[in-house]
Design a protein around this ligand. Structure first.
Ligand code: NDP
Length: 504
């Protein structure tokens, strides 16, 4: 029987989306809507408005007014901290509802959003809790005069202004929090654009902001696709900063399109992250299972920091491949609400075709297919499911080793010595994450410093709310998480005051 999610929609209580402008929910001014089709079944799940240029203009003006005239940017610390902490509690209280809405959005199974911290509502709540802590702790400096004389020089961190926050569809809980947590803590106002493929859970998260006491106009939401909605946002002259998570191609475009008004830009982009497995790894089987897990379980490899290139020493190559294949065989697809379902469908048919094309070209280029490589059939035939795919004997110059696939595809590359492994690992345009498995502590630290990636995991990898996260090279600009993320929503201001007799 073909899978159907219609009854789930009714049980979760999903309602069609709306725009939020200055505290009022409403449709697009021209009534345009977009119908979201579920990636596991192809069924129409709900509609969201397509915000046009004039809707985006109103949302940006509301955020501008709230920044220039409203209380939020100048609110006393206890007000902002109170809202953020109340909001973190509300997220925890509504976790089950939000997980259900997300499963209807992007098909991420409840198994993942319930059990895996990085995919949970809890991590989003923790990000808000963490940033509430920065509100009254990031100060400036008092600097002695360089030229002598009596004057004071001080620095402050002012909120940066109106932020355009643009989200992808794969991990809306965490990414929503990583943008709005620091932006609101710093006193900014926001226009948020969720992905058209994952709006419903985000819209509910925004509703909860006003329940937490956030004033109208501080967060506004425009739904709709990259064009016209996103395009109107990134080019709007009243936006001060763009905070974007998504693909490298759109990231590049944002840098170009926003250059006219020299907006501040933070980019969290893709990756082709390597994991290096040495013969002295504490547990080669566990290294294989963890690596394959990041590429197949949960998001089905649709994760920026999935370790999609496994560089494996020749001495443990066959052992690694055997364990990797076993792990791939344990992946299950189906109804995302069933806890026995461990992995997601690909988000849309465009992505499905792209992944199948990359697999086909990988085969043609001479990579050895160990398992997978095809679309799932049977009662899953209407969904965008690709079987977990492992390629062995991959050459790092092949497309399958260079392109971010964003699907359940692992490229396994053999190496002979440490220098060769580092050279292959760093031979990529990206630099988001890296992992290494070894019991040799000196090698671990030596390589952690040599690998050109924003986060290096030694014998394991996890995402934490308070750790800086972001990319070297073409994986992005700036960091999310921790103090540096808070500071990225501020401008550094210098205040000078000569001390004259008249003032004393
Ligand atoms: P996209 O770049 O396609 O889209 C991201 C967001 O940008 C969506 O909201 C999209 O709208 C919007 N957008 C598209 N075109 C424009 C435009 N011209 N102007 C303004 N906004 C636009 O990425 P995906 O959603 O497909 O996400 C996958 C990518 O995100 C991968 O490359 C992945 O690596 C990266 N990613 C990075 C993370 C990190 O932290 N480094 C975390 C998660 C994902 P819409 O989709 O509605 O059309």
């Amino acid at each position: 029987m073909t899978l159907s999610l219609g009854p789930r929609r009714d049980a979760v209580g999903l309602k069609d989306g709306a725009l939020l402008v200055d505290g009022k929910w409403r449709p697009a001014s021209d009534g345009a809507t977009w119908t979201h089709r579920h990636p596991a079944t192809g069924e129409a799940i709900g509609t969201v408005p397509v915000a046009n240029e004039s809707d985006v203009d109103e949302a940006v003006r509301a955020a501008r007014h709230a920044f220039d005239e409203g209380d939020w940017p100048r609110a006393r610390a206890h007000i902002r901290v109170g809202v953020l902490l109340r909001y973190a509690s509300l997220l925890r209280e509504h976790a089950e509802e939000l997980r259900g809405l997300q499963a209807l959005d992007n098909g991420v199974p409840l198994m993942f959003s319930t059990n895996i911290y990085a995919g949970s509502v809890e991590i989003a709540a923790d990000v808000f809790t963490h940033h509430a802590g920065w509100v009254d702790k990031v100060g400036g400096q008092t600097l002695p005069p360089y030229q002598g004389g009596d004057h004071l020089a001080m620095t402050f961190r002012d909120p940066i202004g109106v932020v355009a926050a643009i989200l992808p569809w794969n991990a809306p809980f965490l990414l929503f929090a990583q943008k709005l947590g620091p932006a609101l803590a710093a006193g900014c106002t926001v226009v948020l654009k969720p992905s058209e493929f994952a709006s419903f859970a985000v819209l509910r998260m925004v509703e909860l902001l006003s329940e937490a006491g956030l004033p109208d106009g501080v967060v506004n939401v425009v739904t709709g696709p990259g064009s016209p909605t996103g395009e109107a946002l990134i080019t709007h002259p009243l936006v001060d900063k763009i905070s974007f998570t998504g693909s490298r191609a759109v990231g590049r475009h944002i840098v170009e399109a926003s250059a006219g008004t020299l907006k501040r830009v933070s980019l969290e982009l893709g990756g082709k992250s390597p994991t290096l497995v040495f013969p002295d790894a504490p547990d080669v089987g566990m290294a294989a299972m963890t690596t394959v897990g990041t590429v197949t379980m949960g998001l089905s490899g649709q994760a920026c920091v999935a370790h999609t290139r496994a560089l494996v020493h020749r001495d443990v190559y066959d052992q690694f491949l055997g364990a990797a294949e076993t792990m791939a065989g344990a992946v299950t697809y189906g109804d995302p609400f069933e806890l026995s379902t461990t992995a997601s469908p690909l988000i849309n048919t465009r992505q499905l075709d792209r992944v199948l094309g990359l697999i086909e070209r990988g085969r043609a280029a001479g990579a050895r297919l160990v398992c997978g490589g095809e679309r799932a059939g049977g009662d899953l035939a209407e969904g965008n499911f690709v079987r977990p795919t492992i390629f062995a004997d991959v050459d790092n110059d092949m497309e399958i080793a260079r392109e971010e696939v964003f699907g359940p595809v692992l490229a396994v590359i053999p190496f002979t010595d440490e220098n060769e492994a580092v050279r292959i690992a760093n031979d990529t345009d990206y630099g988001l994450g890296a992992g290494l498995y070894t019991a040799d502590a000196k090698r671990a630290f030596r390589l952690a410093r040599r690998l050109r990636a924003g986060t290096v995991g030694i014998n394991g990898f996890q995402v934490e709310p308070h750790l800086p996260f972001g990319g070297f090279k073409q994986s992005g600009l700036g960091r999310e998480g921790g103090q540096s993320a808070f500071e990225a929503y501020t401008e550094l201001k210098t205040v000078l005051m000569p001390l004259t007799d008249e003032m004393m």
